[in-house]
Structure formats: C-alpha cells, structure tokens
Design a protein around this ligand. Structure first.
Ligand SMILES: [Zn+2]
Length: 435
C-alpha cells in the first residue's frame, strides 16, 4: 500500500510540476510605445488589428500614467517601475534652475546627467543578468547609467518626421531581425505618434483618426512580421503609451491663463518652465515663495502647490530637482507665461486622474492569456510584469506584480501548481502517518 501510494504521489507530483518547467522557458519581450495614445482613441475608428489583440491577448480598460503626464517622465516610470520623484526625470527638458539652462526635449534624450540618477532602467538590469537588450528611439535608451550603456541604441534625429508608415514598418523589420537573428531578449520601440497629430490638430480632428488607422495597420504589420520571423512562440509584446491628450481650451470659449497677469514673473521668479501644456514649474526669487504661492492661489483654472506640500499620490514631493513651486492647469487650460503664443490644439501634462490623460495597455504572446480584459492600473506596475516575463530579478521599484500577474498564463498557473504540490505532499504525509 505504501509503495502504491508513493508511486501515485510521484506521478501526481510530476503532473503538477509540469507547468513549472514550461514557465521556466525564457521568452523574449518587445515593448512598444505610441506616444500620446489616449485610452479611447480606438473607440471611434475602425481598428481591426487592435480589436484582434483583445481576442489574442490582454487589454486593460485603461492605464493611468504617473504624475506628471509628459513623455520622458512617464516613459521612464514605465522602464524603471519608479515614481517620478525617485527617478527624477521631472520634465521633457533638461534644466538647471540655478543657471537657467534649458535643453530641448530631443537633445535631452542623450544627456546622461538628466537620466542617470541612481535608478537602474530595465535594459541595464536585464543586461547585468545576461540578457541582450536594445532601444529603438525609446526615451532614456540613449543615456548611460553609471557608465553602462544599452547594448544597442537607435536614436531619433532632431527635426525628423515621425509619421512615415514605410519607416515604421522598416523599424519593425529591423527589431524583428534583432530578435530572430541576433537573439536579443528585450527591445523597446518608440513611435512619436499619435502625440504630434494630437498636439497640432487636437484629439477630435479627423487627422487623429487617420493616424490611429495607420497605427492599427502597423500593429497588423507587426503581427505578420512576428510570424514571418518565426517568433510567434517566443516573443511577448506589450503595447502601451505615456499619456493621453485633451483639447486646449481657447477664447472665446474660455479666458485663457496668462500667469503674468497674476504675478510679475520677472520680479518674483528666477526660473520658470511655463508655456509647456498643463504643467508648470517656478523657482521664486529668495524670500518671495509665499508671495508667488499667494498670487497663483488667486488665479482661476489652475492649482498651485509648494513642492513639499504636493499630495502624496502625485509621488513628486520628494524630488530634489523640482523647483519649489509646481502649477497644474485645470483640464484643457494651458499655462501661458506672458502671451498666448502656444499654438497647440491638443495637450497633456494635466492631472493623471483626468480620463483624457489615461492611456492604453495591450499585451500578447506566449506568456499572456487570451481574451483577458484587465481592470485599469497604474503604469508603474508594468515594470515588475516585464521582469517576470523576462525571468529576471527586478531592481528596487514601486510597482506590484500582484496587479498585473493575472494576465500571465504560467505565473498564475505555476503558482497554482506549486500550491497543488504542497497540498499533495501534506496529504501524502498525513496518509503515511495514518498508515
Ligand atoms: Zn506630447
């Protein structure tokens, strides 16, 4: 009887352990970001390929970006799993409030002193655990981190058009060959659209729908390329974005904000970044902080914060880099400094709780469930999910795998099988002691 039981136990153990060995196979990961893809951009356009992704994978109802809803800060939260106050990439533009230096966004992309603040992005963490990684245009990929660089980096040139569909496809082919011919494990691929169209034309313009159709075709091209390169069984794909987009409110509909109406900027502030959508920063001249705060507290359609009083939920207050005063416009109100020179019809940088700032999350591949609609979650949780998919030890981060692991086939499965192994062992032990 004991021998039979042992044999039965061994057979059951093998069966229960099977999913574990399958989970142990390391698959590859492609992270794609379409800048400024609002969560609902696919709902008023025919997007057959995006729709098919839900059948074949995972869709989150929407994704909440970190405060602040800007390209570099948000992308860096995705690739590090850290809040902005921890990774310190607090603006698209590198700045120095003491010297008044401001570096334009695209030039900032290669300035390591802006990105490298002691937080390790996923590329470097993965490389240190033996994986090969690459960044194609992805914000943060062009910097070095404590002297370490991403294995392969393609940098976007300044002033280059972002919307050429043929190039989008060529970039996919390039990335696919890195996976299939050179055995890269992780590639991050960035597209500058639909952000550009959203800014220039506004989220409700027909051209925004046009670019979403182009993105949808590109996703179709990606899926075909994955099969063409024989990567269908080994490549996981996450498609996401950094923030949404909202229509800029203009006269005569509203009274646009001109901050200089409420405080004399020259007299009261020694440094400022305004005229940059819904998020502004100011360094008051010595002794003038309360005066600046009071003046802006009286201004309509914005909220002013002293940095150390920023709500904890913003995860910004600990930042050393942020100047002492932070201003957030009400949805659609841009923070103009002196004149309304801002020509954008759409913008972001507003509170990440606003639905218009929410963005997308999709995933598919061998490790993801099919037809799985996830509840909304914060983008900071993508990081531990990526580490799990790549089977690497994460660096310290602010995300939580419990939020996202339900999307995975084997992680839930292997946990269940571990549980059943434990149950089985205790049952056997019990039976033995009974015998
Ligand atoms: Zn933008």
């Amino acid at each position: 009887m004991k021998t039979e039981l042992l044999l039965l136990g061994a057979t059951l153990l093998c069966a229960a352990a099977k999913p574990l060995s399958k989970a142990a196979q390391r698959n590859k990961l492609l992270l794609v970001s379409f800048d400024g893809f609002r969560w609902d951009y696919d709902q008023d356009v025919d997007t057959p390929h995006l729709d098919q992704l839900l059948q074949d994978g995972v869709k989150a109802k929407y994704l909440t970006p970190p405060m602040l809803t800007m390209t570099s800060p948000s992308h860096f939260t995705t690739i590090t799993g850290r809040w902005v106050e921890d990774h310190e990439v607090v603006h698209n533009m590198m700045f120095n409030a003491q010297t008044n230096q401001k570096v334009p966004h695209k030039q900032t992309l290669t300035r390591s002193e802006w990105w490298d603040n002691g937080v390790q992005p996923l590329w470097i963490t993965a490389q240190n655990q033996g994986l090969k990684t690459a960044s194609f245009y992805f914000p943060g990929g062009g910097a070095n981190y404590s002297g370490q660089v991403v294995n392969r980096v393609v940098l976007e040139e300044s002033g280059y058009p972002d919307d050429n569909e043929t190039e989008w496809q060529q970039n996919i082919d390039q990335v696919m060959s890195w996976f299939s011919d050179e055995d890269f494990h992780l590639v991050t691929l960035y597209y500058g659209e639909p952000d550009n169209v959203g800014h220039a034309k506004g989220p409700d313009h027909p051209d925004r729908k046009k670019i979403i159709r182009q993105i949808d075709r590109t996703i179709g091209y990606l899926r075909e390329a994955i099969l063409r390169h024989g990567l269908g069984d080994s490549l996981n794909v996450i498609i996401t974005s950094d923030h949404g987009m909202t229509t800029v409110k203009k006269r005569p509909q509203v009274d646009e904000i001109v901050l200089n109406k409420y405080l004399n900027l020259i007299k009261l502030a020694s440094f400022e970044i305004l005229d940059y959508g819904g998020f502004g920063i100011l360094t008051p001249r010595p002794g003038r902080e309360q005066e600046v705060f009071n003046a802006l507290s009286n201004a309509p359609n914005l909220t002013v914060y002293k940095k150390h009083e920023l709500p904890e939920s913003f995860h910004l207050a600990k930042s050393r880099r942020l100047p002492p005063i932070v201003v957030v416009g009400d949805l659609g109100f841009n923070l103009n400094s002196r004149f309304i020179v801002y020509v954008n019809k759409g913008d972001h940088g507003y509170h990440s709780g606003e639905m218009d700032m929410k963005t997308i999350f999709r995933a598919f591949g061998p490790d993801f469930r099919r037809n799985f609609l996830s509840e909304p979650f914060d983008s900071v949780h993508i990081y531990p999910l990526m580490c799990r998919v790549l089977q690497i030890q994460p660096a310290p981060h602010n995300g939580s795998l419990t939020v996202t692991e339900g999307m995975l086939l084997h992680s839930g499965g292997s946990q269940r099988s571990r549980l059943s192994v434990a149950l089985l062992l205790s049952t056997l032990l019990f039976m033995f002691t009974e015998l």
